[in-house]
Ligand binder design. Structure first.
Ligand code: WTA
Length: 651
């Protein structure tokens, strides 16, 4: 564990402030008392089948399941015998109620254009696009890649896939053409949906041209659908590329939702692991939709009249679960914003909150730290009094950021839910319940019903309170990943082989004397840059693929805004390196992986510090990158002069 992590632990150990919810909030909350929480939690722990069977009554089933849970981790089957459709649950079901004309999606584009889709509108568009997919030859079980900006067509395309049982694989627009090709190939995608470009800080982010490049290496892709968003020039290839709006012109708005098995694959989402190759996390239909539906209700306290806004990009799991599936499964109104928080100025988010009278706001600590830096004058210019609940996700929130969020955005009047979860868990695992839990800044507090965590040693023994260790889950939950696409062995190896009988999350954590959990960060080679998960190994192998590079070691170091930044130690095949080469290597990484992986620092070194057995001493490199004195043990270091030289290689 890195020393900055231990510093965080120090500071969180000192955090004793307690913020209970107000009586007014509790009174109206979906879960409103500690007794109610404990009753749910204990029932879910002791009688999981009964508990989840009852919860599943909140969903629409074409045919009810025969059993709730079969098998145990790692190989679980939920709701066997049931027939269900996620799109039907998010859309059709609401048409039978007064929600037919309720806003499902309120969308605001970066340039200020807006669209509102009622549930009825959404239904029509989804059915039409599902018919488009069928016309292009997509059938139940096929994989479809979505590489799109944050526009309504992205949600429509997801739901259209779900409607016909095609498995979507969404790739964040910040990934490169190579990353798209790798993911297309791994998933054997048949069709790609994209746009000409998207808007980001007033500039066009080209998407179609990246898809064109990726297709040179993606032989499985037969057709491409392009949404016209910015009007950017694109090349359209005959019989391969089609405009969304043209295809939508002559299809019917009738399309039955396919009755799918509960375990039918809903989507694949690639995420970084501790080896170079991204992992295709697979989620299935019934368990995932149940998990996102219930947690949206419990954690965000969703009410019929709320305007709810999650600022994530749908390219990440937070957007999948808490912009699209969770809110829509509850018939809520979900707001979707296309662009950057600082366009045209740093007040954009607060302007949106005021304009739409947003009630629930869910964002990331990295964004909060940027807001603090930009200054209180931006939020102060706007009326934020509609807000009643705030959320945080993606990385540990430092107590300064928490307090600022509480005071400046929440006016000391909104509970903050610090939600811990992962791409793999599908839905929120640990979080305050806003009407129940007294929060402590920096703690994700307690497990939700159905989540039974433990903190264990490397050997798998349960640890006492306040001892830092590995965070594991001891019981299965419905929205957990079912496999890594095409690599079930890696799934078992990654999550279930480290600690016998448990799901290993990859995070370190501690539990305090009140039973509150404090996440201490990753214990593997994953780093968290601006709330985005990156594998240091992936960056390393990309650097090593450059002709000038002999060897590379990549570590994270603390960064004021990003949480962690990327430092690369590089040894060259020949020469001492130059500023031009540094830039070239940065560009190389951007090109191969994408802008999110762009290194903050490249340091050339004559050699990397290694143990006598040849292992790179990453802990030492982390300390050097963080500008710290080497506190740890370096007695196993092969050549001590290497360290002295590295310290001088700043830049
Ligand atoms: C980190 C994002 C502390 C953690 C939903 C986890 C957090 C990884 C929190 C998953 C939080 C997420 N407090 N750390 N509230 N939420 N993390 O898959 O290290 O993109 O393992 O899912 O983010 O990132 P992922």
């Amino acid at each position: 564990m890195s020393s900055e992590t231990s510093e965080n632990i120090e500071s969180v150990l000192k955090e004793t402030r307690l913020f209970p919810p107000s009586a007014e909030f509790s009174e109206l909350a979906n879960i409103s008392s500690e007794e109610q929480y404990l009753e749910l939690w204990n029932k879910a722990k002791d009688q999981p089948a009964e508990f989840w069977g009852e919860m599943a009554e909140n969903l629409h089933w074409f045919k009810k399941f025969d059993t709730v849970l079969e098998g145990d981790m790692p190989n679980t089957k939920w709701f066997s015998g049931g027939k269900i459709n996620a799109c039907y649950n998010c859309v059709d079901r609401h048409l039978l109620t007064w929600r037919k004309n309720k806003a499902a999606i309120i969308w605001e584009g970066e340039p200020g254009d807006t669209r509102v889709l009622t549930y009825q509108d959404l239904h029509r568009e989804v059915c039409k696009f599902a018919n488009v997919l069928k016309k292009l030859g997509v059938t139940t079980g096929d994989r479809v890649t979505l590489y799109m900006p944050m526009i309504p067509e992205l949600a429509i395309a997801m739901l259209a896939c779900a409607r016909i049982g095609a498995t979507h694989s969404i790739i964040f627009g910040g990934f490169s053409a190579d990353a798209v090709a790798d993911r297309n190939n791994d998933a054997e995608a048949k069709v790609v949906i994209t746009a000409d470009a998207g808007w980001r800080r007033g500039k066009e982010v080209p998407l179609k041209s990246a898809v064109d490049d990726s297709l040179e290496k993606s032989p499985t892709v037969e057709k491409v659908v392009v949404v016209r968003r910015t009007g950017a020039d694109v090349t359209m290839v005959d019989d391969r590329d089609y405009w969304w709006h043209e295809l939508m012109e002559d299809v019917s708005a009738d399309c039955e939702a396919v009755e799918l098995e509960s375990e039918h694959p809903l989507f694949i989402l690639y995420t970084s692991g501790s080896t170079g190759k991204p992992k295709g996390v697979l989620h299935t239909t019934a368990g995932y939709i149940l998990g996102t539906q219930m947690t949206s209700r419990w954690v965000f306290d969703l009410k019929e009249e709320d305007t709810y806004w999650c600022t994530a990009d749908i390219g990440w799991v937070t957007g999948h679960s808490y912009i699209v599936y969770g809110p829509l499964a509850n018939g809520a109104t979900t707001l979707m914003y296309e662009g950057a928080p600082n366009w045209p100025d740093e007040g954009r988010f607060w302007e949106i909150i005021e304009k739409y009278q947003v009630n629930i706001f869910y964002t990331a600590p990295t964004a909060i730290r940027a807001f603090i830096k930009w200054g209180d004058e931006y939020p102060k210019k706007h009326d934020l009094s509609s807000l009643r609940l705030l959320g945080s996700v993606g990385e540990p929130i430092n107590s300064d950021a928490w307090m600022w969020y509480h005071k400046v955005i929440g006016n000391e009047n909104c509970p903050i839910v610090d939600t811990w979860w992962q791409t793999e868990t599908g839905s929120i695992m640990m979080s305050p319940l806003p009407g129940v839990t007294a929060t402590k800044p920096g703690s994700c507090t307690k497990p939700l019903p159905g989540v039974v965590p433990d903190i264990v040693s490397e050997e798998g023994n349960s640890l006492d309170d306040n001892q830092g260790g590995l965070l594991v889950m001891t019981q299965p939950w419905p929205s957990m990943l079912r496999t890594l696409y095409g690599d079930h062995d890696r799934f078992i190896e990654t999550y279930f082989s480290k600690i016998e009988g448990c799901y290993f999350a990859g995070d370190g954590a501690r539990r305090d004397e009140d039973g509150y959990y404090w996440i201490m960060g990753r214990v593997d080679d994953v780093i968290n840059v601006s709330g985005h998960r990156l594998s240091t190994m992936e960056v390393e192998s990309t650097l090593a693929s450059h002709e000038a590079v002999a060897e590379a070691a990549v570590v994270g170091y603390p960064h004021e805004l990003k949480g962690e930044a990327i430092c690369c130690f590089v040894t060259l095949k020949k020469g001492d390196g130059s500023d031009e080469l540094k830039q070239e290597l940065k560009n190389h990484v951007r090109h191969q992986i994408g802008a999110i992986a762009s290194p903050d620092q490249i340091r050339f070194a004559a050699a990397l510090p290694k143990t006598r057995s040849g292992k790179i001493m990453r802990r030492l490199l982390r300390d050097i990158a963080a500008g710290k004195e080497q506190v740890g043990d370096t007695t196993t270091l092969e050549d001590y002069t290497v360290v002295a030289n590295l310290k001088d290689s700043e830049g």
